[in-house]
Design a protein around this ligand. Structure first.
Ligand code: AP5
Length: 182
């Protein structure tokens, strides 16, 4: 199964991925986590990505698509993937379709976590990651609305989109995602 967890910053994509990956036996690929590891190792990619991440901007499609392609081919595609934070632009969504198609796969479900801005801001400010300051959060939310939200229509038209209320408890959200996939 190829499952995409979709939603704005702080919607709970990473939290729900942790809840679901073992239950569904999927390989969890979080582009945010992969990038933060590259930044901490000070690799060429990490150095390039850091300035975008600190500003709450998207890292370029070219870098992200290359990075995810490497991860997909270096893993056992039989197991399936849980994608968290990717795709984030229409170009990334189209590139993902192409990548999967060449392995006779396709996106099966896109779970969109629906949470309003005031809850998102509250969650992120209390988490306090280095990009969780007021200015960067505001930009991350704007970037989400302008560049990422259009993907919802893309997946709605392919019949894969499932909208889930994301402001319930972690356990309830997880239970609702799980039952929506059955
Ligand atoms: P990324 O790491 O993907 O950040 P994000 O999308 O902003 O998402 P977050 O990790 O902030 O939120 P989340 O939805 O995973 O929520 P979480 O579970 O952590 O990306 C970071 C940066 O990398 C981007 O800005 C960009 O620069 C770059 N990047 C990454 N992917 C890219 C791509 N594809 N293309 C281009 N650039 C890319 O939860 C947040 C908090 O809320 C936690 O404290 C959690 O405990 C809490 N929480 C979660 N669920 C609940 C709940 N139900 N109730 C109460 N609290 C909850």
């Amino acid at each position: 199964m190829i499952l995409v967890l979709f939603g704005p910053p702080g919607a709970g994509k990473g939290t729900q991925a942790d809840e679901l990956k073992d239950k569904l036996n999927l390989i969890h690929l979080s582009t945010g986590d992969i990038l933060r590891e590259e930044v901490s190792k000070e690799t060429e990619l990490g150095i390039l990505a850091k300035k975008f991440m600190d500003a709450g901007e998207l890292v370029t499609d070219e870098l992200i698509i290359g990075m995810i392609k490497n991860k997909i081919v270096s893993n056992d595609t039989d197991k399936g993937f849980l994608l968290d934070g990717f795709p984030r632009t229409i170009s990334q969504a189209k590139a993902l379709d192409e990548m999967l198609k060449s392995n006779s796969l396709q996106v099966n479900h896109v779970v969109s976590l629906e949470v309003n801005d005031s809850i998102l801001i509250e969650r992120l400010l209390s988490r306090g990651r280095s990009d969780d300051n007021e200015e960067t959060i505001k930009n991350r939310l704007d970037v989400y609305k302008n560049q990422t939200l259009p993907i919802k229509e893309y997946y709605k038209s392919s019949g894969t989109l499932i909208e889930i209320k994301g402001d319930d408890s972690v356990e309830t959200v997880s239970k609702n995602i799980f039952s929506s996939l059955k």
